[in-house]
Design a protein around this ligand. Structure first.
Ligand code: CTP
Length: 222
């Protein structure tokens, strides 16, 4: 393995950020993902010599050096862009993909009506991009890694996600740990592997965590 560029010749696809699911031309359903973790992973993989495609939801972040970026808005767009970026040696699903989307975005702004105190939105499931990539008959990368944001029972939930989505690694963070998480520059992760091993990383800056995660993936691809 080339020590300076352990990922030379490898292709990585990384997803990052939230998705926005449109309700009407002025409203959407979103989430608090900043995209920082996914962007840090894309940057770390590029520094390690990989050819990196970064599929980014709506975020305010600069494109890391040497990374090819595709901007998307919705979960369906993210799925299409990720599949279009394959084949790859690794897919790292760091995006906080919305699980639900309005059945149809209204073509005009929804107006309030006198006497109507509630609004009912019908939501349908979005594609599970991580599971779709991990189960793909022809395009499954050799290594597929996902993230899990858990508020309780970190181990059990992360291991269940590993099995259910057929991925190789799940990096779990316990939502609500002080000083870590969505908008923060720091994070703490427990990485669960399919072989049963676990690795605790951090609390540390997301750049350092990204480097450790990319190193772990490089070792598994070697
Ligand atoms: N993910 C995805 N497509 C979705 C939802 C999630 O690709 N529609 C990916 C995320 O990128 C992340 C992982 O799945 O890598 C974890 O997503 P999460 O929402 O935490 O898990 P769920 O499987 O949705 O389970 P739950 O909501 O019950 O925690």
């Amino acid at each position: 393995m080339n020590a300076a560029a352990p990922l030379a010749g490898r292709r990585f696809v990384v997803s990052a950020g939230p998705t926005f699911e449109d309700i009407d031309p002025v409203r959407y359903i979103g989430n608090r993902s900043s995209g920082k973790m996914g962007f840090a992973i894309a940057a770390a993989a590029a520094r390690a010599g990989a050819d990196v495609a970064l599929v980014a939801g709506p975020v305010h972040l600069a494109t890391p050096e040497g990374v090819r970026r595709v901007d998307v808005r919705s979960a369906v767009q993210l799925r299409d862009a990720v599949l279009a970026a394959l084949p790859a040696d690794a897919y790292i699903g760091a995006a906080a993909v919305a699980d639900w989307t309005p059945r149809a975005a209204a073509p005009h702004k929804l107006k309030k009506r006198d006497g109507e105190d509630t609004l009912t939105l019908e939501l349908v499931r979005t594609p599970d991009v991580l599971a779709d990539v991990a189960s793909h008959a022809t395009l499954r990368p050799r290594l597929v890694a996902g993230f899990a944001a858990e508020t309780e029972q970190l181990d059990a939930n992360a291991r269940a996600k590993l099995e259910r989505k057929r991925v190789d690694l799940v990096a779990a963070n316990l939502v609500g740990t002080p000083g870590t998480g969505f908008e923060s520059d720091d994070n703490a992760l427990v990485v669960f592997a399919r072989d049963g091993s676990t690795l605790t990383l951090g609390p540390a800056p997301k750049r350092a965590l990204a480097e450790a995660l990319v190193q772990l993936i490089a070792e598994r691809l070697a």
